[in-house]
Every structure is written in structure tokens, then in C-alpha cells.
Design a protein around this ligand. Structure first.
Ligand code: GCV
Length: 698
């Protein structure tokens, strides 16, 4: 077996083009490369363009003598004769945007800043990797979102909460002296897709990272990342003034506490002059926060924001809150706590809201906070790692999910008020905008555990740059750069990816079911779980199956969570006729005999969806098998084995869930749905004490 393509190089393999006609064409077009500017970033751009072009054109150590010279440099560094001709177009770019322009015998890659030039360089190379024309180029592209950030849930002991690709990349023990080459490869990969920030540590945080011992290590990483435009952020434990500061309180209104954070922030900036700021999980799942002192989220967030403001740092304050003392529907609690404070947060606070109101389920309706806080900076948080979607074993192309959320209409200002417009700030003219993704990266050689899950990191970056991009186009782009440009194979690979998202919904949680996974590790089905200490941790809380039917009534006759949406949206969800069937059981408790649009009863429809999910995985396998001669042996075999596991586990989900729900429906499985191989007791008995990604403390 050849190990030549182990996935390490991600989408930047820069393999020589095998299509000889195209190769000749590019060789005839690409001439000398000239770069202007000598910042560290320009040095990276220069290395990238040389490596990229010489690799793709198969011309290592040979002179490039095509028609166009390739010119790289920010506007201020370009020769005047060239710069003058571009000044007007550059007006239309923001600080990170770039222009790629053909004129006379040049292709110029320029920007207002060197980082813009680096982004443009990656875009130009992508054109070559994806076999696009490089004649008459006129590409102006700026990111639509300010903060495009990975959130690592990495602990200081290198375990990764909900991480399925090995251990944390950050070797805290050996830092700052030992600088693993992978740190730079990581930064480069992020820059190639426009990610400009990284939160190094878990939101379930450890105050130690704020001590000098660790800040030196953080500085070492920040220094490596800086040329790639990647800023470092840290999670700030709210009780740090007590734990590492020797104070007796962390009350945000206490003068000593305020002074402690001010000094701490000043200290951090002596190590990392461009430190990005803090991400905070407060008063959520046992984390300390302002409510421990009778204060609210505004008090907590603004206190930290004041300390960071002189340095242009930001506070990303998470809205993922729900409490065992609050008996209202968990889906309503974040909105109830935050929306009354709209307009009270400082300008450098941005509230980080998960894409849906519960917790990164295979499908959730959009979070109602997106349509309800016009006067507060809001960023969206996706989970790239697959806590609820089979870890790194299941092939699930998540940009489909991200796209669905961005396209959802909040109706905040009438039709067309999409989540994308809320998040890019255009709906309400926000001061800071942001998109965060919980990273799926670890020490596995291929970074993400499953070759295809690299596409989720890639697609996250692309959509964070521009939330209006089409997820299928992104899939094609990634496939071309990572696997092949052969049209037929591109289509097959893309088909697998696109089908995968609905498949996982179907075999895990169809028709709006949610949170029915097993406890702790969240691996596999557990709809029967009902004995956990907090009611809202139990799957039975969410599906409410009984002899009449199944589903959570969130209409006015139930929890009335729908009232948190704009009236148009609430009306649509409230009405059984207009509620999209994909969200049916999220919003309604529906009789087993209810007639779905297909004419099937709910029970039959549910069973058929589970079966469909299984069949879809079988189809993904069949398509993959057709690609045996089109992809390298190593990746073919590895993906093949993972797809077999996915198929086996899809059946496990189907069988366990249907046997469980059948106790209530008391109806037979419809034709076309396979009979389970085991009893419900068998599925209930399965234990996975060492499943990966588990919270170490639980
Ligand atoms: C980091 C879920 C996960 C937790 C995670 C939490 C959060 O509850 O299971 O592991 O904690 O979300 O997003 O804070």
C-alpha cells in the first residue's frame, strides 16, 4: 500500500496537473513571479505562490516563461505604474479583501494589506487547482464577516472535549521551546480558507492558561500564527481572580475584581500585542459566572470588555445557558435570559449563539435569538466536530447544515431577514460580526480523523468568509483540490457529500426528533434514558413519546417556545399544516396515526425515514466503491472501512429507536423497513465507557 496520500496536506497538495493540454496552457500563461513587500506575511505569500505554481505546473527548479508575469504585493508596495491603475478598484475592498486582476502582461494579486495579498494568493492557486481559466481575471473579494474563528475545546492535558481526531495539537508541556512544525501548517491551512482567529482552549475553562507560565506558551503559538493573519484568543474562566489571583470573590462589580482583570489583560498584551480577546462560558453547565454573585450577563461581559477595550480586544460571551432551576422548556431559556438585555452590552462584546436553541443536533430550527437582538452584536456558533453526528466515524458534510441555517428567515424586519443577514451585520448595521466553529481538528495524521471531514473545516472557513456561498459549490471546490478534477468523479464524490447530511438526520433524528442520544459520550442512540439528575438531560424530556404520539409541543398549547420567533415564523411553526415536516416533532406532539403529506401515518413515515437513512448510507457506499480506481489506495480503503462502520451504526440507530418508539405506537413496521436484529433490551444494554471525546470530568 502506498502512504503517499495520507491526507496531511489537506486541500493544498499542489499535485502536478495530469491533463496535458491544460498543463501546457497554464505553462504558456504563467511567467515570472514578482513579489513586493518584505513582511513576514509577504514571505509566506511568496513561498506559497512559488511552491504552488511549481508544483501544479510540474516545474520545480525550472524557469517560468509564460505570457503573464504574476505580481504580488499590497497596494502601497506595488510599483507606482501598476498601483495607479488599481487604486479605484481597491476602494471597494475591506482590510482583508483582495483583487486579482489581469492587465497588459500581468496578473496582479493585490490588497490593502499583506494578509489580503496572502488570501488572494490562495485564491489564485485554487483557480489552478480547480482547473479554472486564468485569463481576463477581475476578482474582487472581501470577507463579509469580521471574526472567523475556530473554537478548540482543548484541555491543558491535551484531551479534547468532543474531539474525535486524536489529542490536542497544542503540546503545552513542550511549548514554548519546542515548536512543532504542525503549528505553522495549521495556521497556513486556516489562512487558505480565510479563518482569522483561534480560541486555543476549552470553554469549560482552566484559569491556569492565564498565568505567566502558560502565557509564554500562548505567545509562542501566536508568534507562529501571526504571519498567517490568525489571531489568538483564550477562554477566560470567570472565577480566575479567585483561582489564580488570590481574591475572595469574582463579583464583576467589585473594584478589586475589575482591577484584577484590567491588570491581567494588560499583562496578556505584553506577551501578545495583537491578542484577540476572551471567549466566556458563564453560568452554564456548572461554569462560574456573574450570577454566582447575583449579577447578570451584562455585568459580567461588560466588565471584561472594559478591560479589553483599550487594546481593541473583544469578549465573545456565550449564550448557551440553561438551568436546572428553570422549569421552562430548555429551548426557551437562552432567549429569556439575553433578549431583555438587548442594547446593554458594550460595543466590543459579541454574544455567541449556537445555531439552534438546544445543542448542535443533526437538525434544529434556527435559534430565535437571531431574530430578536437588533441592538447587540451576535455571532453564530456551529459545531464542526460531530458530537451528535457519529464523531469522526460518520461522513457528514456539514456545510449543508450551515447553509440551511444561514438561509433561514427570521422575519425580524419582514421577509428576507435571513440569519446570514443578521450574522453579517447588514440587517442591523452591527459593530462587530462573527462566525465560530467548534474545531474537529486533532493530532491524527489527516487532521480530522476521517478524510471527508476535512471538508467541514474547509467549508466552515468558506462560509464564514461569505455566508451566501452555495454548499454544493464548496463541496465541488474541495473535491477538486483534494481528490480529483475528473468531472464524473467530482460529481460522484459531491453526490456522496450532499446526500450525507440528510442521511444522518434520517437515521438518527428524523422529522424533528432531537437529543435522543446515549448519555455522556453521546455516541449511539438512547431514547429510553430517563434517569439523569437534571430533567433536560434526559432524552425522554425531548421526545415525550406516549401511547398517543410523540414530539415536544412548543406551540401555545405547550411550552410556547414558538412565541420567541417573529409572528410570521411562529404562525408557520404553530400550524401543523405549515410546519415543515422536517421540524414536526420539534414543535408538535403528534398522534401516531397522524397523516403526513406523503399519506403515511406518522408511525409509518417515521419508520420509513429511518430506513431511508440506512439506505442512503448504502448508496454512499455503492458510489464510493465505483471510485476505487479514481482515488489513491490509502484513502479509498480508509474511507471504505469508515463507511462500513457508518452503515452498521445507521442500522443500530434505526433499530434501537424504532423498537423503543414501537412500545408506544404499538404498530407494525411498514413494508420496506427491515426488522431489527436484536431486542430493545439488547440495545439498552450496550455500554461504551471509553468512547472518545467524553468530558473528562463527567
Ligand atoms: C464544552 C454540550 C456538550 C459539552 C459542551 C457544551 C457547550 O453540552 O456536550 O461538552 O461543553 O455543549 O457547548 O458548552
Amino acid at each position: 500500500m502506498t502512504y503517499a496520500t495520507d491526507g496531511y496536506k489537506l486541500w493544498m497538495d499542489y499535485k502536478t496537473i495530469s491533463d496535458s493540454a491544460l498543463l501546457k496552457e497554464y505553462q504558456s500563461l504563467i511567467g515570472s513571479v514578482q513579489t513586493y513587500g518584505n513582511s513576514e506575511t509577504m514571505k509566506k505569500a511568496t513561498t506559497e505562490i512559488y511552491n504552488g505554481i511549481s508544483g501544479i505546473l510540474g516545474m520545480k527548479n525550472q524557469k517560468l516563461d509564460g505570457k503573464f508575469s504574476i505580481i504580488l504585493g499590497s497596494y502601497n508596495n506595488l510599483p507606482k505604474t501598476i498601483a495607479q491603475q488599481l487604486s479605484q478598484e481597491l476602494e471597494n475592498l475591506n482590510e482583508e479583501g483582495y483583487l486579482i486582476k489581469s492587465f497588459s502582461n500581468h496578473i496582479v494579486i493585490t490588497a490593502k494589506t499583506d494578509i489580503g495579498v496572502l488570501y488572494g494568493t490562495f485564491n489564485f492557486l485554487k483557480r489552478l487547482q480547480t482547473h479554472q481559466s486564468i485569463e481576463n481575471l477581475n476578482i474582487l473579494d472581501s470577507p463579509k464577516i469580521d471574526l472567523r474563528i475556530l473554537n478548540h475545546w482543548d484541555n491543558l492535558d491535551r484531551t479534547v472535549e468532543r474531539g474525535y481526531a486524536g489529542f490536542s495539537l497544542w503540546n503545552w508541556h513542550q511549548l514554548p521551546e519546542y515548536k512543532d512544525a504542525r503549528y505553522e501548517d495549521y495556521a497556513r491551512a486556516n489562512a487558505s480558507i480565510g479563518i482569522n482567529g483561534t480560541v486555543l482552549t476549552n470553554v469549560n475553562s482552566n484559569a491556569l492558561v492565564l498565568t505567566p507560565q502558560y502565557l509564554e506558551k500562548v505567545k509562542a503559538l501566536a508568534d507562529i500564527f501571526r504571519p498567517y493573519g490568525l489571531k489568538v484568543y483564550l477562554t477566560a474562566r470567570f472565577s480566575a481572580p479567585i483561582e489564580i489571583g488570590g481574591l475572595t470573590t469574582a463579583d464583576p462589580l467589585d473594584a478589586n475584581v475589575k482591577a484584577w482583570w484590567k491588570n491581567k489583560v494588560e499583562e496578556i498584551y505584553t506577551y501578545i500585542p495583537d491578542f484577540g480577546g476572551f471567549l466566556v462560558k458563564a453560568n452554564s453547565e456548572g461554569q462560574p459566572g456573574p450570577q454566582n454573585y447575583g449579577r447578570n450577563h451584562v455585568d459580567g461581559a461588560n466588565m471584561m470588555a472594559e478591560a479589553l477595550a483599550p487594546f481593541n480586544g473583544v469578549v465573545m460571551w456565550r449564550a448557551f445557558v440553561y438551568s436546572e432551576h428553570d422549569t421552562t422548556d430548555r429551548a426557551k431559556q437562552a432567549y429569556s435570559e439575553f433578549v431583555p438585555h438587548d442594547g446593554e452590552f458594550q460595543d466590543n462584546v459579541i454574544i455567541q449563539v449556537k445555531n439552534g436553541p438546544i445543542d448542535f443536533q443533526p437538525r434544529e430550527p434556527f435559534h430565535p435569538m437571531f431574530g430578536a437582538m437588533p441592538n447587540t452584536n451576535l455571532m453564530i456558533e456551529f459545531q464542526i466536530t460531530q458530537e451528535y453526528m457519529g464523531g469522526a466515524t460518520h461522513l457528514v458534510y456539514q456545510p449543508k447544515l450551515f447553509e440551511e441555517v444561514f438561509e433561514s428567515d427570521t422575519y425580524q424586519k419582514g421577509k428576507g431577514s435571513t440569519v446570514a443577514k443578521v450574522i453579517d451585520g447588514s440587517l442591523d448595521n452591527k459593530k462587530i460580526t462573527g462566525v465560530a466553529g467548534v474545531s474537529n481538528i486533532g493530532t491524527d495524521r489527516n487532521w480530522t480523523g476521517h478524510h471527508f471531514l476535512q471538508a467541514n473545516w474547509y467549508g466552515f472557513g468558506r462560509l464564514a468568509w461569505n455566508p451566501y456561498l452555495n454548499s454544493e459549490d464548496i463541496a465541488k471546490e474541495w473535491v477538486r483540490m483534494t481528490f480529483t478534477n475528473k468531472e464524473e468523479s467530482v460529481n460522484k464524490l459531491t453526490d456522496i457529500m450532499i446526500a450525507s447530511r440528510e442521511a444522518v438526520v434520517n437515521y438518527m433524528t428524523p422529522l424533528g426528533l432531537h437529543h435522543i442520544m446515549a448519555t455522556g459520550h453521546h455516541y449511539g442512540p438512547g431514547p429510553w434514558v430517563s434517569d439523569l439528575s437534571r430533567p433536560e438531560w434526559n432524552p425522554v424530556y425531548y421526545h415525550k413519546a406516549d401511547n398517543n404520539g410523540v414530539g415536544f409541543d412548543r406551540t401555545p398549547s405547550g411550552s410556547n417556545a414558538t412565541a420567541q420567533y417573529a409572528p410570521e415564523v411562529a404562525t408557520m411553526f404553530n400550524n401543523l399544516e405549515t410546519c415543515p415536516e422536517q421540524d414536526l416533532l420539534w414543535f408538535h406532539h403528534v398522534p401516531w396515526t397522524y397523516k403526513l403529506k406523503s399519506g403515511h401515518t406518522l408511525w409509518d413515515g417515521l419508520a420509513l425515514k429511518y430506513q431511508k437513512g440506512v439506505n442512503e448510507v448504502a448508496e454512499m457506499q455503492a458510489t464510493w466503491n465505483q471510485l476505487e480506481n479514481e482515488v489513491d489506495t490509502q484513502r479509498f480503503n480508509e474511507v471504505n472501512m469508515l463507511l462500513s462502520i457508518q452503515y452498521k451504526e445507521a442500522k443500530w440507530w434505526r433499530d434501537a429507536c424504532l423498537l423503543y418508539f414501537q412500545q408506544f405506537s404499538k404498530m407494525k413496521l411498514p413494508q420496506g423497513v427491515e426488522e431489527p436484529k436484536h431486542t430493545l433490551e439488547y440495545y439498552k444494554s450496550l455500554q461504551f465507557p471509553y468512547a472518545p471525546g467524553i468530558r473528562p470530568q463527567w
